[in-house]
Structures are given as structure tokens and as C-alpha cells.
Design a protein around this ligand. Structure first.
Ligand code: OGA
Ligand code: MN
Length: 218
């Protein structure tokens, strides 16, 4: 697989826009995040994995994990950087990590992400990605990979502010759109999707190590 040279590059302007959006609103929505070639390559890789490579999603971490299909029903596959396209995506997110740390001093330590596949009828009910002081996930990212998405497909992401019931923002899961938001500030949900829905959900984490507990685990 070969990609153009400029594929692994966020411009300083993009980084400024992200930092400004996070400072002003706590979230930022990009309509053309990656080069289309890379976005397409990620979608292709994701679709090439057999369903067996996708695990049903679990709620919680480590041994607290348990399946809870009443909360979410999508399936996921963690990126490990072992393929060229995964490596390219992780390199961009590393650039983003450094760019945000330089601008906002957030102390972002690492990044983890997974492909998510929602089949028709799948959803993810309202949740927070992190609770203040209880998790090291601080910044959430979702990149959407649906070239032909249209309104009847639904499966929009709804962002809420704090305990409000009325939506703050509705994000259509369109190809190469990317939403970045503070993990412990915005509850959000994925509405029931009417057709296959592809995305990469990721989290920048801070280093929560203390005493003998190493978190994130090495
Ligand atoms: C998540 C999530 C949103 C989306 O994976 O935690 O909220 O739009 N995903 O896929
Ligand atoms: Mn979430």
C-alpha cells in the first residue's frame, strides 16, 4: 500500500483550529480531517476484516468489563499499528497529541483507538467517556468513514452539555468528518443506525500512574 507523501500531516492551521475550538467550546468538528486517500484506505482495511476480528463492545475497563447490550450494541477492533494504514493514522494522532500539548498544555500522554462497526439497528446510549478524576481519558475523537451517508441512514452522534436533556450538537457520521471533544464534559449518544456505520473512536489519555499502579498499563 502506498500513500502520497503529504498523507501524514496535519497543518499548523488545522492544529490551531483544533486548539481554538477546544478552548472556546470544548469540542471541534472537522469536515475534512484526513486526506481522502488515507480515509478511504482506513475504511477499506476496516471492511476487509472479517466479522470475527470484531469483538462485541463491552462497558467499563479490565475485569469490570461486562457485555451490556442495552447500553451499546456496536462491535469493535482495536488498532495496534501493525498495518501501514493504522500506522499512518496513529502517526497523525501523535502529531495531534504533540500539537495540542504545545498549544494547551493538556499533558496528553498517549492515544488508544478502535474501529467501530454499527450494523443496522445498533446504537450507543447516552454516556460519558470519562468521569472527572476517575479516568485518564481526557480527549475523545471520532472519525467517520461513511462515504454515502444520507439522512435516512440516521445513526447521528448527539452531544449534550452536562445534564441538559436538549442536544447541544448533532453530528452526521459523514466520510472524513472528525469530532474531537473533552471526554469528561460532554455526555453523548449514537442514535439507532439504519445502515452499516463505520468509524474510528479514540481517546487521548493523561498519565494516571501513582504509587505502584502504572496507568495506562505498559
Ligand atoms: C464511543 C462513542 C461515538 C460515535 O465509542 O465512545 O461515543 O459517533 N462513539 O461513534
Ligand atoms: Mn463515547
Amino acid at each position: 500500500m502506498s500513500l502520497p507523501n503529504n498523507t501524514i500531516l496535519l497543518t499548523e492551521l488545522q492544529l490551531d483550529r483544533i486548539a481554538d475550538g477546544l478552548t472556546a467550546d470544548g469540542y471541534v468538528l472537522f469536515e475534512d480531517f484526513l486526506t481522502p486517500v488515507l480515509a478511504q484506505a482506513l475504511l477499506q482495511e476496516m471492511q476487509s476484516f472479517s466479522e470475527l476480528a470484531f469483538k462485541p463492545a463491552a462497558i467499563g475497563r479490565d475485569n469490570l468489563q461486562q457485555l451490556n447490550e442495552t447500553v451499546r450494541s456496536n462491535s469493535l477492533h482495536w488498532l495496534d499499528g501493525n498495518t501501514f494504514v493504522q500506522n499512518a493514522y496513529l502517526a497523525i494522532m501523535e502529531q495531534l497529541r504533540i500539537g495540542i500539548n504545545r498549544r494547551l498544555f493538556m499533558g496528553l500522554f498517549d492515544f488508544e483507538c478502535h474501529y467501530s462497526h454499527y450494523r443496522r439497528g445498533d446504537f450507543y446510549k447516552r454516556h460519558l467517556d470519562a468521569f472527572k478524576g476517575e479516568s485518564n481519558r481526557v480527549l475523545s475523537t471520532v472519525l467517520y468513514l461513511n462515504p454515502d451517508w444520507c439522512k435516512k441512514d440516521e445513526g447521528e452522534l448527539i452531544l449534550y452539555s452536562d445534564k441538559q436533556v436538549s442536544p447541544l450538537l448533532m453530528v452526521e457520521p459523514k466520510f472524513n468528518h472528525c469530532i474531537i471533544f473533552l471526554s469528561d464534559v460532554f455526555p453523548h449518544e449514537v442514535l439507532v443506525t439504519q445502515s452499516d456505520r463505520y468509524s474510528i473512536a479514540g481517546w487521548f489519555r493523561i498519565n494516571g500512574s501513582h504509587g505502584i499502579k502504572v496507568d495506562p498499563a505498559a
